[in-house]
Design a protein around this ligand. Sequence first.
Ligand SMILES: Nc1nc2c(ncn2[C@@H]2O[C@H](COP(=O)(O)OP(=O)(O)OP(=O)(O)O)[C@@H](O)[C@H]2O)c(=O)[nH]1
Ligand SMILES: [Mg+2]
Length: 365
Amino acid sequence: MHEALVLVRRELGPDAAVLHTREVPSGRLLGWLFGSRKIEVTASVDVNVPNRLSNRLPPRGPIDRRLPVPPSDELREQLANLQDMVKELCRHQPRATRHDLPKELFRLFADLLEAELSEELARDLVERIRTEAPGTELSDPELLKARIAQMIEAEITVAGPIVVTPGHRRLAALVGPTGVGKTTTIAKLAANYRLHQKHRVGLITVDTYRVAAVDQLRTYADIIDLPMQVVSTPREMREAVHKLDDLDLILMDTAGRSPKDEVRIQELKAFLTEAEADEVHLVLSSVAGQQTLRQTAERFAAVGTTALILTKLDEATGVGNVLPVLRSSKLPLSYLTNGQNVPDDIETADTQRLTRLILGMGTDH
Ligand SMILES: Nc1nc2c(ncn2[C@@H]2O[C@H](COP(=O)(O)OP(=O)(O)OP(=O)(O)O)[C@@H](O)[C@H]2O)c(=O)[nH]1
Ligand SMILES: [Mg+2]
């Protein structure tokens, strides 16, 4: 048998699979002549034989006897040594593998996924906790939550509200994709600055694409009693700004643009350049997927965005999806909006509050 296998190896190479072996019954002419045993081996290089080390039950019956390889003493000893080494390794590094997450960390990981954090980010945070946190902390859910909250807080930068200095006109524009809540947010801001803080506020809209768009803003302007300018070409922008020059704050509404429409983005940039906007807030809906959020922020960076506004937090099931865009865009957050009510459903972005929202720790108002 040994000789036969050596021959197989020589003929077909080391990867050959032995499919069948048998001893040719004696009594044949050659056996009779030479008095030797004859072995027949069927082997192939292109047959895929299942791994013998798989968990399946070992083959039974005659196949069992195909290649009897009784482990030598030396082999047995090597196996035993290996076993000991593996045991030893496990004892010294109980947290060595990913699948072996301690119970509390695993729960945290699951919570983060549920909060719409990407798997990548959740794993990143949990792995950091695993290496940074002292062992005692790993079994305490409260301490773990506090630590993860700290990490998430570190990912969030806030810009603070638009700072208005009476006598120094400030122009803030809101840009973003369609339907994210730009006009509604402008109305909320205008009402708050005008009615609560008593500043002199004016509005400019460059949204002349949709018939109803100008009317929507004009309705708010009328209710709050604010001057409003409608601009349809970049050329008209200077004059419109000039007319509102003696105000403290000009809020500029723009038409929703698809981030994929390069021409419209460039056009928007022309409007903003003419207006010499002091700040450009990119409005993003927190309901959007993280990929969309990131790509949108990338495209709108071309118009000179300076801050982020997150809308529709009330509609989002989890807000962990906003973390990647905060990280990649490096834009500070200015406002959060959480409802359709003008002027109430808006707040200045707050790191701790957003962190609580991300971690699903509820709202505290
Ligand atoms: N639930 C919820 N709805 C909001 C929020 N902000 C705005 N909306 C609603 O979203 C819808 C679109 O709001 P708009 O302010 O018209 O959005 P826009 O970005 O100006 O839209 P376009 O000008 O068409 O690009 C309206 O029904 C708003 O009431 C919010 O914070 N939460
Ligand atoms: Mg609008």
